[in-house]
Design a protein around this ligand. Structure first.
Ligand code: TRP
Length: 445
């Protein structure tokens, strides 16, 4: 089967669309808050450059050389033990699993777009009550918007690489960037902007321990969409003579700058109008709406725009989370794109309903094991086990299994003198780091 090709810009926007997601705008600001601001941000930036960037290139290379779905690419590139290595491609399942909770969260965002139009909570307590009421009692609303998210994502997937994924990213990504830049510019005019900058960049080394490193690497992986074959699958549709290193650079650059812009903007608003930075996962759904309320009518406009941007970020990531398995069934089982997209869609949709219910009173108890709800378990298994494991497998695969001269012939001209450093790090540093991170995230260490 011939795989469709992205245009050059289309590839960068689609891959950046995958990377820029809820992780950047929802998760990054609150973990930066939780782990002490500047010192965490600095460690995060270093891990993105040292580990994230090098695995990004390795993952791209597998797709670029393989030119097929993940499983087939692994199989084709392995000189021997093909049946073993093809399991590397089944990492794509992690994407479907992530979607189980990701699409529920996108549903919340849709709901917030609609309600922010007319109503914002006047303080954090009220905001918290509204959020928790939705989360713990309102099955109908959550189900309604979860269904919308499922329909949107599945529809785009049925339209394929060019007419679906590329087209959506060409519209949504520039819009998202415009919204964020506009709101960020406004934030720079407020008095508290300086405090936000200080919070994000002034390092307080007392807050740093080994856990900070683990959280930073884990997040670098998640935010760059690494370890499950999203980037790999998109790279199978890259133009033939593309420069992988330049592409990887753009994706990492866009992903990181958007996280920082979003963080600075949110913290400025929270300092100026709200309760300050340290807040858990509820940051964007609780503290932020209450801060927008203080801005008056412009707050409603900002709130809607903000949630639209967040929703766009989530949708462009979602298609990349499902596409690897969609491709797999198309290539290996000769399914039509329609059948494959709808089947994968229904898979995450139905398990998503269970994830949604696992936060609702009355269902919660039956759907909680060891103190973690089904929703939290999915997050834990994917982010703490499957993604680091995927990164480890990809690094070992390119570092030791695929013939060096094959890797070198493509990357030496693109990386220049840095090729040897990259190859060394991929063989000896990245796998060890990934292994340690995985054990710590699993709370074994
Ligand atoms: N990177 C996205 C985010 O930051 C999430 C995501 C999309 C992802 N595709 C992925 C995470 C593949 C891991 C692997 O929200």
């Amino acid at each position: 089967m011939k795989i469709a090709r992205f245009s050059r810009l289309g590839f960068i926007l689609a891959a950046a669309g995958s990377a820029v997601g809820l992780g950047n705008i929802w998760k990054f600001p609150y973990i930066a808050g939780e782990y002490g601001g500047g010192a965490f941000v600095l460690i995060y930036l270093i891990t993105v450059l040292l580990i994230g960037f090098s695995i990004m290139i390795a993952e791209m290379l597998i797709g670029y050389l393989g030119r097929k779905d993940g499983v087939s690419s692994f199989e084709d590139l392995a000189p021997k033990h093909k049946n073993l290595w093809k399991f590397g491609g089944f990492q794509g399942l992690a994407g479907l699993f992530i979607m189980i909770f990701y699409s529920v969260v996108i549903g919340w965002i849709f709901h917030y777009i609609v309600t922010s139009l007319t109503y914002l909570p006047s303080n954090v307590e009220e905001a918290e009550k509204i959020f928790n009421t939705m989360l713990n009692t309102d099955i109908f609303t959550q189900l309604f918007y979860h269904t919308l998210a499922f329909i949107w994502i599945t529809y785009v997937l049925t339209k394929g690489i060019k007419g679906g994924i590329e087209k959506m990213n060409l519209v949504l990504m520039p819009t998202l960037m415009l919204i964020l830049i506009g709101m960020f510019t406004y934030a720079t005019t407020l008095d508290t902007f300086g405090r936000a900058v200080e919070f994000m960049f002034a390092p307080d080394w007392t807050k740093i321990d080994s856990n900070t490193f683990v959280v930073a690497v884990g997040h670098a992986f998640f935010t760059l969409s690494l370890g499950m074959g999203a980037i790999m699958t998109y790279s199978a549709s890259m133009q033939k003579d593309s420069n992988l290193v330049t592409n990887a650079f753009w994706i990492v650059f866009l992903d990181t700058s958007i996280a920082i812009v979003a963080g600075l903007m949110l913290f400025t608003f929270l300092y100026q109008y709200g309760s300050g930075p340290a807040q858990g996962p509820g940051l964007v759904f609780i503290s932020l709406p209450a801060a927008f309320y203080e801005m008056g009518i412009i707050g409603n406009i900002f709130a809607v725009l903000f949630f639209v941007a967040l929703g766009f970020a989530g949708l462009t990531s979602s298609v990349s989370l499902v596409e690897p398995m969609v491709q797999y069934f198309i290539n290996r089982f000769n399914w039509s794109r329609l059948k494959s997209s709808i089947t994968m869609g229904l898979f995450f949709y139905s398990l998503g309903v269970i994830a949604l219910l696992s936060n609702v009173d009355g269902y919660k108890e039956a759907l909680t094991w060891n103190g973690k709800s089904f929703f939290d378990w999915v997050d834990y298994i994917t982010a703490s086990i499957m993604l680091p494991l995927g990164g480890l497998v990809m690094a070992v695969f390119i570092g030791f299994v695929v013939e060096k001269q094959r890797v070198e012939s493509i990357l030496r001209p693109q990386l220049g003198w840095a090729f040897d450093a990259w190859y060394f790090s991929l063989r000896y540093i990245t796998p060890v780091a990934m292994f340690i991170v995985m054990l710590s995230l699993m709370e074994i260490l």
